[in-house]
Structure formats: C-alpha cells, structure tokens
Design a protein around this ligand. Structure first.
Ligand code: FA5
Length: 336
C-alpha cells in the first residue's frame, strides 16, 4: 500500500486547493482515500495488516490535524486582517461645495467685518421692484438691457407682471421700505436673463451692496470697491471704473478688472484685456423717494456684481468659460 503517495498528494492538495471541505471529503469522506485504503487492507496478510494498520491510522490523524490547523489559521486571518497596518487604507470619497457656493461664502466674508447685513431678496419678483421703482417706467427702453424672463399669467394690479429677477437691484427699494436707517445691505441672490455665451449664463448670481446714510459720497463708494478688490482678488491686480448709464444711479459706473486669463493682453474671454464685473453709482434721488427716504437728508451708493465672473477673475482660478460653472462635469468641478 502506498501510504507515502497518499501523504504527498494530500500535502499538494492542501497547498493548491482553497476549499478545505473539498479536501476533507476527498481524504476523510466515506468514499475517500483513507476509507478506500482501509478496504484494501482487508485482503492483506495478518502480518501486513499489523504493520500497515497503525500507519494508516496515523496518516488519518495527521490529515485531521492539518485540516483543523488550516481552518483555525483561516479564521484567525479573517479576524485580524483589518489590522494589517502596512496595507494602504481606503479613503472614502468626500465631496466639496460647488465653486459658486465657495465664491458666495468668500464674498460675504469680505463684507462681514464692515457691518453689512446679508439678505436674500426674491428670485421671482414684481416688475415694480425690478424696474419701476428703480426709475424705469413701463415701456422705458432701458429695460431691454435686462433680457428679462416674464412669468406668464402672474401679475399684480399695482406691481405689474412677475419676472425672474434680472438683477439684485430689485432688493434696493424693498430694503428701504423696511424703514430702518442707516442701511448697509448685501443682497446676494440668483438672477435670470435670456442670454448664454462665453461670459453670460441664463441663471447666475449677483451681489448687491447698498449703503444709505447722511453724508455718504462717491469717495466712500470708490474706497469700498478698492477694499473689496484688494481683499478678494489678491495683491497686484488692477481695477478701473468707467462712466456708464444706469437709470437708478447718478452718476453711474461700470467696474472692470484686468483679465487674469491673459494678464491684460486680450484673449477670447475678455477681448480687450479688461473684464466687466459689475455696475455701481450714487443712488438716484427718485429711487430714494420710492423707498420713502428723503433725498434732501440722505444719500447713498449701490453696486451690483456678478458672483461667477468675480470668482473667475480671482488670481489663479483660470476658468476660461462661464458655462463650465453650470456644466456639472466632475473633471472640472473636482479641480476647485
Ligand atoms: C446690473 O445688473 C445693475 N443692476 C448693476 C448695478 C447695481 C448698477 C447697483 C448700479 C448700481 P449689469 O447688467 O451690467 O448691471 O450686470 C452686472 C454684472 O452682473 C455684470 O457685470 C456681470 O458680472 C453680471 N452678469 C450680468 N448678466 C450676466 C449673465 N447673464 N451671466 C453671468 N453674469 C452676468
């Protein structure tokens, strides 16, 4: 009887076969190798039986011991495998805030120390607050610049049609009508306009500053805009103000920054080396009157900037198309 052969084969199987139960059945099962050897033994002479019988019993015990050890080893490994300190850990994927939300938080943090009161006025607004109370009577051609979305079948006899607010300036008179003076408002909200291209999107955010008090003049406005630019964009950036015309401010300006994409040389995004960020000016006396504020006693300034463009022009962001911000493309979003 080839006991040594069975032993050798068993050790080989133990190394190569993962399923321990399969090996147990093959060697210790009713029709297994050991049972078959014992059957063979019956036909052997008495002397041979006395010699081979104990050897076979020893082999059976040895196989049982080795299988038991292997089983124990497995369960120990399963128990302790999470503690293998040399294995690199699996990091759970953690998301982050969208760029626009990050920009909103950064902008608010610049104005907070100056005592601005953060508000968020209506995204769906009456024509009255979006235009009429801002010195733009019905049918005035200046309204066309705002590419407005009108909401069908929703209107108010006194306040006109409902619109998706085209700018945060519609919060100006609402804030004045609260009747609390002086005012330092920061209205940061979503706006809508019918336009889409490299630097316009139909749904975007603006932040609107409104300061009204006795003795407010244009130097306060210029000082505040410089303060924002220095604190938000980083050192070494150039801003400029250009005379402009808004019906609700007099005088009025537009504010530009040197383009961060081409560093002022002129590119596909800015064309001229400058990027328009927003408008500003001294609040028109008619608007103060709509807000029930006496223009002989109080003066004020206002400014309204686009959040997305402002963030795009922050040093180093290098976003060359505003539409990326709405693309929901992870390859882009993960970079910020
Ligand atoms: C206005 O909306 C005025 N309400 C700003 C203002 C406020 C003037 C207070 C005076 C006093 P304008 O239409 O230029 O102005 O828009 C201001 C800024 O909003 C733009 O410079 C731009 O940064 C951003 N903006 C406007 N339209 C879009 C758009 N479709 N997509 C992205 N950003 C836009």
């Amino acid at each position: 009887m080839e006991i040594e052969k069975i032993k050798k084969q068993f050790k080989k199987d133990l190394e190569s076969i993962k399923d321990i139960e399969k090996i147990r059945i093959r060697y210790l099962g009713k029709k297994g190798e050991i049972a078959w050897a014992f059957k063979q033994l019956k036909s052997f002479s008495l002397t041979a039986k006395k010699k081979i019988g104990p050897e076979l019993n020893n082999l059976k015990r040895e196989i049982e011991d080795l299988l038991e050890k292997r089983l124990k080893g497995r369960s120990n490994q399963q128990q302790f495998s999470p503690l293998y300190k040399s294995l690199p850990g699996k990091k759970p994927e953690i998301g982050h805030l969208h760029i626009t939300t990050q920009a909103i938080r950064e902008i608010v943090n610049v104005f907070k120390p100056l005592g601005f009161n953060r508000v968020r006025y209506n995204e769906v607004e009456w024509d009255y607050f979006a235009f009429e109370s801002l010195n733009m009577p019905k049918e005035h051609p200046a309204r066309d610049e705002w590419e407005t979305f009108f909401i069908q079948d929703l209107s108010n006899p006194k306040k006109g049609k409902a619109v998706i607010t085209p700018h945060t300036s519609s919060g100006q008179v609402r804030e004045m009508l609260k009747g609390e003076l002086p005012i330092r408002m920061l209205n940061l909200s979503r706006c809508g306009r019918r336009e889409i291209n490299i630097n316009h999107i139909p749904s975007f955010y603006q932040f609107e500053g409104l300061v009204i008090d006795k003795g407010i003049n244009i130097t306060h406005l210029r000082g505040l805009l410089d303060y924002f630019a220095q604190n938000f964009f980083g050192p070494g950036r150039k801003t400029r103000i250009r005379p402009f015309h808004f019906k609700f401010t007099e005088p009025s300006f537009e504010i530009d920054i040197n383009c961060d994409l081409c560093l002022g040389k002129g590119c596909r995004f800015c064309k001229s080396g400058w990027v328009e960020l927003g408008g500003a000016g001294m609040v028109h006396p008619n608007v103060l009157k709509f807000g029930k504020i006496d223009p002989c006693k109080y003066t004020g300034f206002a400014f309204g900037w686009g959040v997305e463009r402002t963030y795009m022009m922050k040093s180093g962001t290098k976003i060359n198309d505003i539409r990326h911000l709405f693309s929901n493309d992870f390859r882009f979003l993960e970079q910020f």
